[in-house]
Design a protein around this ligand. Structure first.
Ligand code: AMP
Ligand code: MN
Ligand code: MN
Ligand code: MN
Length: 288
């Protein structure tokens, strides 16, 4: 079983990279990809653990990007597998994103502190050193204070994008990210496509042009099998993948016990599809 999307505490997961690898082994996986948000910080520890656990490890990153569709700006997550982590263009964008996430989180905490007993110190307690910060760390602090019951409740209420405390952060343009991942020898797969697609719309409304632009820019694959991908869109995505010879993956997007319901191995990737990633990547060696 191959699971190519999981988070450690180097971003918003609950487990250290080695705990994550141990849990992947215990869940019966043969290959795991560690894909923390906008960082490669967990790769080394995960690789060591993978060697002693005798499980395959594919180092990756979930890159936060933004695209303009018509007049809207939407958030798009791109999984980068096996890029060279020292590639200056890619590393520079990731550093810029992480820095912006810190100032954005500080601004959100400052807004929250007007109405809730919460300070930056409370957030720092929820983060391991050097981790990429996001709303999940704010959610964890709100849970620790007894203000909400769990992460999801925080996202549905206080931390909602449409709420008064939300602040947006910097993300690289999606097309640019895809080009940088390619330049860094990595393989790009769009994470959970169409996750934010408005409910009740039909297949006719799907943003075909947007996908085709990203494919022209070098997008290599689509994470079709993920719990958040709308059912009605899965067949459309598979056909798009077939038409453009894209890699199709399936993954859990595990974040640790209690963080999200996603369980390791709940969606998996076919060995031939992993092989295509390995064949196309030249930026970093997997541990297999
Ligand atoms: P941010 O990038 O800081 O805006 O936060 C988005 C991150 O929060 C995503 O990477 C998700 O993993 C996580 N997230 C989004 N919605 C939820 C939810 N309902 N429950 C738990 N985590 C969530
Ligand atoms: Mn996350
Ligand atoms: Mn994501
Ligand atoms: Mn993820």
């Amino acid at each position: 079983m191959i699971d190519l999307h999981a988070h450690s505490n180097r971003s918003d997961g609950k487990d250290s990279p080695s705990e994550l690898v141990r849990k992947a082994k215990a869940a019966g996986l043969s290959v795991l990809a560690i894909t923390d948000h906008d960082t490669t910080d967990g790769w080394e520890e995960a690789a060591k653990a993978a060697q002693s656990e005798r499980i395959g490890l594919v180092p990756g990153i979930e890159v936060s990007t933004r695209s303009k569709i018509s007049l809207r700006s939407i958030s798009v997550h791109i999984l980068a597998y096996l890029p060279d982590p020292t590639h200056p263009g890619l590393a520079g964008e990731l550093a810029k994103t992480r820095e912006s996430r810190v100032s954005r989180a500080k601004e959100m905490v400052s807004r929250l502190s007007a109405d809730y007993p919460i300070s930056w110190h409370d957030i720092e307690r929820e983060l391991s050193p050097g981790a990429t910060i996001g709303r999940p760390a704010l959610a964890d602090a709100l849970v620790a204070k007894g203000i909400v019951s769990n992460r999801s409740a925080a996202f549905d209420s206080i931390l909602s994008k449409s709420g008064p405390y939300y602040v947006s952060d910097y993300s690289v343009d999606t097309q640019r990210a895809i080009e940088l991942i390619r330049q860094a020898g990595g393989v790009s797969v769009m994470a959970h496509p169409l996750i934010d697609f408005p409910a009740g719309r039909s297949e006719l409304d799907l943003p075909t042009k947007h996908f085709e632009q990203l494919i022209s820019a070098g997008l290599d694959g689509l994470e079709v099998n993920h719990r958040a991908v709308p059912e009605f869109a899965k067949q459309w995505l598979r056909e798009l993948a077939l038409k453009h010879n894209l890699i199709v993956t399936g993954s859990s997007d595990y974040h640790g016990d209690g963080a999200k319901d996603n369980l390791l191995g709940e969606n998996t990737t076919e060995p031939q599809q992993l092989q295509r990633i390995l064949d196309q990547a030249s930026g970093y060696e997997p541990f297999l």
